[in-house]
Design a protein around this ligand. Structure first.
Ligand SMILES: Cc1ncc(COP(=O)(O)O)c(C=O)c1O
Length: 382
């Protein structure tokens, strides 16, 4: 099917709504809603009679995610509650020593800061590097690398910053971490589903992302990738029937953690979320991430060009092609961003107020009319 036809049949958002908040929470494609309806009906009519089919779908979802992030195996994929939980699995699983440090940026979403700050209880320091996205002569990767020393155990970054949209060169950071035996942890919630992502090429040790942003899935189900070679270096902190090797033998008294990524999933899976996310990801697979990325780049370029025409607007996001992602954040000199944001939302331009500015985040299916309408409403608000 042609892309336009797929978009028309899958994204049926109210035409009065101008949805530019995929870096927040995204609308679902129709197939995700249908999967949830079918799952709900099945539960009503026959309970868990189809549980074996549900398990097959769970396996399929791990395979879909493996493909999406180029993990070596579906066995490397855990299905957790959210990005924050996955970050906690990592940060609370590392065998810390007094005096260790963690290197990160000063722009991280709280999920990728608080859990590392909490490791102060083990005498661990969090170094938050100023990566100054508005100054493009700056070199954020060099700033991060320069902050590491012989006591650095982890570098943890967002692949794309939630506020500015700054995209980091993950491959160079990953190579540095591997060469220097640091763990490389990537909060990829602002990338996966928006851009091609290759966990092996960037030499990531850990990758996490909830489904509700660029993957157009529901909240409350997240992927977590842990490189198989270091899986048993993470101390487990959550326990239950599901995380053991022989998880279907309830009578067995001895247990050991599962030899795959299931060891990080303590109890019953989020079957509802699995049904929805698997349906959403089937759309991404059908269209292909290359095409999806191309459409986002086109939308963001258009947005940047149009915003640059306003003399009152200062774009806070990086504008160079290799640094920008699906996020364009800008400040208006004439009014407070809270006031402009409230007015945009009142007029059904769904966006966010971040970094003291307005954040627009179009997805691949967003059409130029939606962006133009949002810009018309913006021009009346400033
Ligand atoms: C970069 C980043 N990390 C983490 C989160 C929160 O993720 P979760 O709710 O899945 O823990 C967000 C949400 O906006 C985010 O932008």
């Amino acid at each position: 099917m042609l892309l336009d036809n797929i978009i028309k049949s899958e994204f049926q958002i109210d035409p009065d709504i101008h949805y530019l908040n995929h870096a927040g929470v995204s609308p679902w494609p129709v197939r995700a809603a249908n999967a949830v309806k079918k799952f709900a009906d099945g539960n009503v009519k026959s309970g868990a009679t189809g549980y074996l089919d549900w398990l097959k779908l769970e396996t399929r979802l791990r395979t879909q995610i493996k493909g999406l992030i180029n993990a070596p195996s579906p066995d490397d994929i855990s299905l957790l509650k959210n990005t924050s939980e996955a970050l906690s699995v990592v940060a609370c699983g590392i065998d810390w020593h007094d005096g260790d440090n963690i290197v990160s940026t000063d722009q991280e979403f709280p999920s990728n800061r608080i859990v590392w700050e909490a490791q102060a209880r083990h005498g661990v320091e969090l170094r938050q590097v100023d990566i100054m996205p508005s100054d493009e002569s700056n070199d954020p990767e060099l700033a991060l690398i320069s902050a590491c020393d012989g006591r650095t155990r982890v570098m943890t970054v967002s692949s794309v910053q939630y506020g500015s949209g700054l995209k980091l060169d993950l491959a160079s950071l990953g190579q540095f971490c591997r060469d220097n035996q640091l763990y490389f942890c990537v909060d990829a919630i602002q990338s996966i589903g928006a851009h091609q992502f290759d966990a092996q090429a960037i030499k990531a040790d850990f990758v996490m992302a909830d489904a509700h942003k660029w993957m157009c899935g529901p909240e409350g189900i997240a992927l977590f990738y842990c490189r198989a070679e270091i899986r048993d270096q993470l101390r487990l902190n959550q326990f239950g029937w599901h995380m053991v090797e022989d998880h279907t033998d309830y009578n067995r008294k001895e247990w050991s953690p599962a030899n795959n990524a299931r060891r990080f999933e303590c109890g019953s899976p989020n079957m509802l979320g699995i049904h929805a996310l698997s349906a959403s990801l089937s759309l991404f697979d059908e269209i292909g991430m290359e095409q999806i990325e191309r459409c986002i780049v086109k939308n963001v370029s258009y947005l940047i060009d149009k915003l640059s025409e306003f003399k009152e607007i200062n774009i806070l996001s990086p504008t160079s092609e290799q640094r920008r992602a699906g996020i364009v954040t800008f400040k208006i000199s004439t009014k407070e961003s809270t006031e402009i944001h409230a007015n945009l939302m009142k007029n059904k331009v769904i966006c966010a107020n971040r970094m003291g500015g307005i954040r627009f985040s179009p997805h691949f299916y967003t059409d130029i009319n939606t962006i133009d309408k949002a810009l018309d409403i913006l021009s009346l608000s400033i």
